[in-house]
Design a protein around this ligand. Structure first.
Ligand code: PGA
Length: 261
């Protein structure tokens, strides 16, 4: 795992956008795994800004797969993650909506939604780069504490903590759906490169547990320690609970110029 200690959310966004663009330049038909939530928004805005200025890569060949989706929202609800990712990233980048995927939360399709999503990802050749956030409780996508470390895409029940963290998007705790479909931890581990982004002091404990704690279902994000290519981008506030911060900074400063993230 590479822990990249950065200063501000803006710097995290710049480095994350560089990593995504570098892949798309190298592989115009890249398959991107996308996270929603607040943390990746500055990264997505940086990508859109560069695209509008004409300095970004061509996006038409890219396919995207969302990490997760709420169950029970009316079709087209603005907080659905498919609507969110189209609004916040893929529409402004000009990616054809047919290339933008998410788990199917329709009531009738729920029993097979996980299996079908796994098959779609496999048919696309797997995810090249997966953007991830981290919950204040260490959750990864919507894999809450206790999730199987080998889990596939499936239906899950949100914890009260996560519903309260996400109430800001819905106006109230009660309005946050109870159920979600989420890529499993096993699904996420199959992506070829994981890029976890964390900013702000509220994430400091979760980042410390994920990076320096034991690999455990009690902190689903700790599975990044098992992945052959995981990059963790943190600002100073999110890094503030790390014991080995000085070492990560030394390693980053000594990174060979030819070495990619
Ligand atoms: P956030 O969510 O980016 O909105 O903080 C992250 C997560 O819950 O995984």
């Amino acid at each position: 795992m590479e822990l990249v200690p950065l200063t501000s959310p803006e710097e995290v966004a710049r480095v994350a956008a560089d990593i995504v663009e570098e892949l798309v330049l190298r592989r115009p038909d890249a398959v991107l795994g996308l996270a929603t939530g607040s943390t990746p928004l500055p990264t997505y805005r940086a990508l859109i800004r560069r695209h509008e200025q004409g300095s970004g890569p061509a996006w038409d060949g890219v396919r995207t797969f969302n990490l997760d989706e709420y169950v029970g929202l009316p079709a087209g609800h603005e907080q659905s993650y498919l609507a969110t990712i189209r609004r916040e990233l893929t529409d402004p980048l000009g990616i054809d909506p047919a290339r933008v995927h998410g788990p199917d939360p329709s009531q009738a399709g729920l029993p097979t939604a996980g299996e079908r999503y796994e098959a779609e990802i496999a048919a696309a050749g797997g995810v090249d780069l997966q953007v991830l956030g981290i919950g204040t409780n260490g959750h990864l996508a919507f894999n809450e504490q206790g999730s199987s470390l080998g889990s596939p895409t499936r239906i899950k029940t949100l914890t009260a903590q996560t519903r309260s963290d996400n109430a800001r998007f819905f106006g109230s705790f009660e309005a946050v759906p109870l159920h979600v479909l989420t890529q499993g931890i096993g699904t996420i581990l199959r992506a070829r490169h994981l890029v976890l982004i964390a900013t702000g002091a509220a994430k400091a404990d979760a980042v410390a547990a994920a990076v320096e704690g034991p690999v455990s279902a009690s902190c689903p994000a700790s599975v990044l320690q098992l992945h052959p290519h995981a990059t963790v981008l943190v600002d100073a506030a999110a890094a503030s609970g790390l014991e080995r911060l000085d070492y990560y900074a030394e390693v980053y400063a000594a990174k060979p110029s030819w070495q990619r993230h």
